[in-house]
Write a protein that binds this ligand. Structure first.
Ligand SMILES: [Zn+2]
Length: 156
């Protein structure tokens, strides 16, 4: 016996309407920040390198920016950005429906990212932004180099 009927391919249906499904939207919101697999892998590697950090913390007590990892003494704030939510050039694809709504959300996220970068840099912090698609090993090495003050060139 086979599941599904011709013409009612549930996978295709779900893909076409994912942006308007409340359940999908809830799942996306739940997945938005905390404890994604790439983030966990990066944390483990950075910890294994002997560095101490705080998770989901505000670098500036007076501002609302919450970084995924902060290194207080080195004044390094790390953001691990989801490809979809932050509009990664390689992986962001506009959804098939509600295009304007979602594109606006991603645009606002990107604007917020830039403002956070500016505010933190102005306050003397170094901002490291990592895409979730980056290999955790190279991301962790980059973080370590910045925190230890041995990084060369751009941090993104
Ligand atoms: Zn990406």
């Amino acid at each position: 016996m086979t599941a599904g009927q011709p013409g009612t391919d549930t996978k295709a249906g779900a893909t076409a309407s994912w942006a308007t499904s409340p359940a999908t939207r809830r799942a996306m919101q739940a997945n938005r920040r905390r404890d994604t697999a790439p983030e966990m892998a990066i944390r483990r590697l950075v910890q294994a390198a002997g560095l101490r950090y705080r998770v989901d913390a505000r670098p500036l007590p007076t501002a609302r920016h919450t970084a995924d990892m902060i290194f207080t003494r080195a004044r390094v704030a790390v953001f691990i950005d989801g490809c979809w939510w932050h509009g990664c050039a390689d992986h962001y694809r506009p959804p098939a429906s509600n295009t304007t709504y979602w594109a606006g959300k991603v645009t606002r996220n990107r604007e917020r990212d830039l403002l956070a970068n500016e505010a933190l840099t102005a306050a003397g912090w170094i901002v490291v932004r990592i895409w979730e698609h980056e290999a955790p090993e190279s991301a962790a090495r980059r973080i370590e180099a910045v925190v230890r003050g041995t990084a060369t060139g751009s941090v993104r």
